[in-house]
Design a binder for this molecule. Sequence first.
Ligand code: AMP
Ligand code: MG
Length: 486
Amino acid sequence: MNSPYGFHFDNGYARLPERLFARCEPTPVAAPVRVLFNGPLAGQLGLDACALDSPDGAALLAGNTLAEGSEPIAQAYAGHQFGYPNMLGDGRAILLGEQLTPDGWRRDIQLKGAGRTPFSRGGDGRAALGPMLREYLISEAMHALGIATTRSLAVVATGEPVYRETALPGAILTRVAASHLRVGTFQFAAGQRDPALLETLVDYTLERHYPELSDSDNKALALLDSVMERQLDLIVHWMRVGFIHGVLNTDNVALSGETIDYGPCAFMDQYHPDTVFSSIDHQGRYAYGNQPAITQWNLTRFAETLLPLIDTDTDTAVQKATNVIKSFSGRYDDKWLAMMRAKLGLFGEDPVDATLVQDLLDWMQRRQADYTNTFRDLIDETAPVDEIYQDDAFENWHQRWQARLSRNAKPLKSSFCLMRNHNPAVIPRNHKVEEALNAAVRDDDLGPTHRLLDALSHPYQDRDDINDYRQPPKPTERVLQTFCGT
Ligand code: AMP
Ligand code: MG
């Protein structure tokens, strides 16, 4: 159905068995005012950015009115949170519909913070402005970095307070996703003990994300393998740019392969594999260096849900699923090393590569070097001159790296080009994100948020006008903890 805003919904999920979701409408808010709006994304979705840039548009993005063709639902899902199973479901997110874009894509349009749903448990169904701006900033930064992610169309202030430790301004984020199918969606369906329901979900997932697999002999097994492949690619990208998701629970693993759910996530400044920012991650379960192992764990939970469809004989099903799960480590190691080679400008494969990479990481860890800037500093004909590099261990490493580069069958400038494309110059550093959010929330000043968004829009380019976004935090600026803000 067409609408004056360009919405063109076709809501496949709302046609699935009703156990998988609950129909529920957003709860209207007092005074919706648009805070951020993503014009280019609106264009890609086929939406009319000008029409949405109006009080009526703000009302729509707050859920006060519904676009034509919306069939609002809250999706059911379960999940392992920090290792423990839980029934969850969208407690504060309402899917308006699936937008058919001019390019032939299908994208979920969801309001996050739109009010209570049957899955809200004790929660208020609302979100605070700071965390919604944070999701907008970081998801758009991820997109600009070339990493699969849900996107952010708008943040609308509600004109109502939300009560956390203190009263905070409320807001609603419009999230755009390839879908909101999660490992947790399958955990919920498996818990219903109805193989037909599970099979419907497998078919839906294949149709939506892996149409090339719909003729497979063993669709469930093929799905497991392909979801793993996309997760591997995703995690390797996170490791490349120093991203720490922070709450890698099974309900936050999207089957599309997109990064989803930006809570206490953060980018690492100084390199250390144990880096954790999330205030609720006391054991370091979701530390930077644990992300591959946790992803394998999450995929094992996914595999468990698929067993009845993989084979009617349970032992055979377990055997087949285990073979896929066991392939994770080897596949990860290969992809990770290939990624690290690109970060170091190395073409081809050489027996010294793995050690060369590890020795640099170990040096960075010992010297508390900045992960982003170290790789970027290497892109030069001569060795970097900053004080931190005036060290025998680094000089030795640099000579070995130069020797390896000389064995490339390509000129040095090709290596530098490769490095520029794999090592961002600018990432959303935590202290800059916090600075922008504080200005927006405390002082009603969106200037720093807009400047940060601009700085993050072309992260692989050297730009003199954004140098302050490239500096690591001074000791006094360091942000040690990030919060979910739920
Ligand atoms: P998250 O940490 O964002 O992945 O959220 C975990 C679960 O808690 C999800 O089911 C959310 O929908 C739910 N949730 C988070 N915040 C709220 C809230 N303020 N009200 C209701 N449910 C919430
Ligand atoms: Mg979540």
